[in-house]
Design a protein around this ligand. Structure first.
Ligand SMILES: NC(=O)c1ccc[n+]([C@@H]2O[C@H](COP(=O)([O-])OP(=O)(O)OC[C@H]3O[C@@H](n4cnc5c(N)ncnc54)[C@H](O)[C@@H]3O)[C@@H](O)[C@H]2O)c1
Length: 275
């Protein structure tokens, strides 16, 4: 829009951010990176003490942060978060990072309905609630940005991860669709699809072979949560839809897209050999 012959300046989409699950891991890294880039951040988490810790780290960087308790599995809490965030920052929110999530693993027939509901409710519905709360606000504002944290699990189809894989495939489909639908409103979307990132996800989750998986997460990951957060924010700036940070995540992405049938066949053979 032109005002007095000059182009109206929109604030950066990173200026006023809300991060869910900001008390640990990737969410905390996003919050700190945003603070380093000059943003004000509402750090929300189901664990208020953890969110407060992140705010302490933000303040140590000389930036502004606010801690809000929010369970993303409850729509009324996410709606309230969206309202409260604008009031706390005294500005409309310009970026939401729907990051909160949990890990769940195990054979398909060992998963209970409660397992399905627990995981889908946080990992998928939590992101849907976040988008439902912020998209109308961004449309009204005339711009905005959304980062949804999915996973490489959204396309790798790794056995014994059905529920988690389904929840993350939903997040990716949601993000892809929103990216197309919201382009004309100047609302940017990025979806993050990493493989292993060293965080507390295994410790906090419900997974078999916890010790082994936590060892793999800590020692075999090709990246860190800080690097992942930086790359995702850079990709958002560049208008990219996908952030696929690690070499193994990229390789799986290419193989799956090149030949989904062959990819799944080899996955099945590998699983039979190693189990
Ligand atoms: N770490 C990995 O290897 C990896 C890989 C791919 C995707 N991811 C995704 O990254 C996101 C962040 O996970 P992380 O690895 O940083 O794990 P993490 O356990 O270190 O952090 C997750 C945070 O989310 C919070 N949380 C959990 N349930 C919540 C709820 N109902 N409402 C609000 N907050 C809640 C936790 O308290 C915690 O602070 C998740 O969506 C996860 O699925 C992680």
């Amino acid at each position: 829009m032109m005002l007095f012959g000059k182009k109206e300046q929109k604030p950066s989409h990173k200026a006023y951010a809300v991060v869910t699950g900001a008390g640990s891991g990737i969410g905390r890294s996003f919050a700190l990176e945003l603070a380093k880039r000059g943003g004000t951040v509402v750090c929300s988490d189901i664990n208020l003490d953890a969110a407060r810790e992140t705010v302490g780290l933000i303040e140590a960087l000389g930036a502004k942060g606010f801690a809000v308790q929010c369970d993303v599995g409850k729509e009324e809490q996410v709606t309230q978060l969206a309202e409260q965030a604008g009031q706390l920052m005294q500005s409309p929110v310009t970026l939401v990072i729907n990051n909160a999530g949990i890990g769940l693993g195990g054979k398909f027939d060992e998963m209970t309905l409660e397992d399905w509901q627990w995981c889908m409710n946080i990992n998928l519905w939590g992101v849907i609630y976040g988008c439902r709360a912020f998209v109308p606000k961004f449309k009204q504002l005339g711009h905005g940005a959304i980062i949804n944290v999915a996973s490489a699990a959204s396309y790798t189809a790794a056995p014994e991860m059905t529920v988690y894989n389904v929840s993350k495939a939903g997040v990716r489909a949601l993000s892809e669709t929103l990216s197309a639908e919201l382009k004309k409103f100047d609302i940017k979307v990025n979806v993050l699809c990493p493989t292993l990132v060293p965080t507390n996800i295994i410790k906090n989750g419900k997974v078999p072979h916890k010790g082994l998986l936590d060892y793999a997460l800590t020692n075999l990951a090709f990246t860190t949560s800080d690097k992942v957060a930086k790359l995702t924010l850079d990709n958002l700036d560049k208008g990219k839809l996908y952030t696929i940070p690690q070499i193994d995540a990229k390789l799986f992405w290419l193989m799956k897209r090149a030949s989904p049938d062959l990819y799944t066949k080899f996955l099945g053979i590998g699983y039979r050999l190693f189990k």
